[in-house]
Ligand binder design. Sequence first.
Ligand code: SF4
Length: 281
Amino acid sequence: MIATLTDSRLVRGEPSEPSDVCDYISPTRLNTWLQCPLKFKLHYIDRLKEPTSPSLFLGKRVHDGLAFFYRHLQNGDHLSADDVSRHIVASWDEAVAADEMEFASCDDEATLKRQAIELIEAYLDMRNDNEGLPRAVQCPLESPLVDPDTGDQLGLTLFGFVDLILETPTGFAIVDFKTASRSSAPLEISHEVQLSCYAYAFRHVFGLAEQEVQIRSLIKTKTPKVETHRYSARSDVHFRRLFAVIRAYLNDLQANRFAYRPSWTCAMCNYRETECLQWLG
Ligand code: SF4
């Protein structure tokens, strides 16, 4: 039986805060831990607030605009790009205040707002009306974690915060939106943990396997463009690898062991010149 938006495991909005790291696992948490365990600890355990970067803020506004479009489409209301642009403009100031955004200048803010609108316009321009019907929009799918190999209940929940689930004549597609500064090769492994989490939670809630998973990238080039990368349904191998990661993550949590992991991503880390320098192991 197909789940609907009223299903209790389809939860609207973020899990309520404050939330202990032992309460649930999410793809974002797993990926942050994989990137750098120390950064994970500073953000999720020590709760050291990080400022929202313009790039992150832009991504959030674009996601909000796409969710606005698809939620209306769910109700049979086909909005135009102008409708969505008006929503972005109308909700902008409230979002700036909520994220405590500080722009270097009014021009910078206006440029970012225009970029969000142009990305949405490019997306809606390339969107195919036959892509399928939206069944869930920006919605966390909740699932208990049960190791597929051993049947062990891990005793905590997975929240896969999925941007869009489309029902097509041949099955369900799980879609994740990204904003990126340039085109990139469709490297499946770089999205593997996130997509495996989504598929795992989707199967629990919807009671069937997805037909495919997609990454739709909105590229912030001078003339914005959109690239869709499609990947096949997740296999047993994907889920075995996911649970190996989850077990390693839980081991670190239980041992309170969060080593730093220097890499190229340090350039974008807010803790680089402060807490990270103080870390002594
Ligand atoms: S600067 Fe690098 S090593 Fe240090 S916390 Fe950030 S990501 Fe980790």
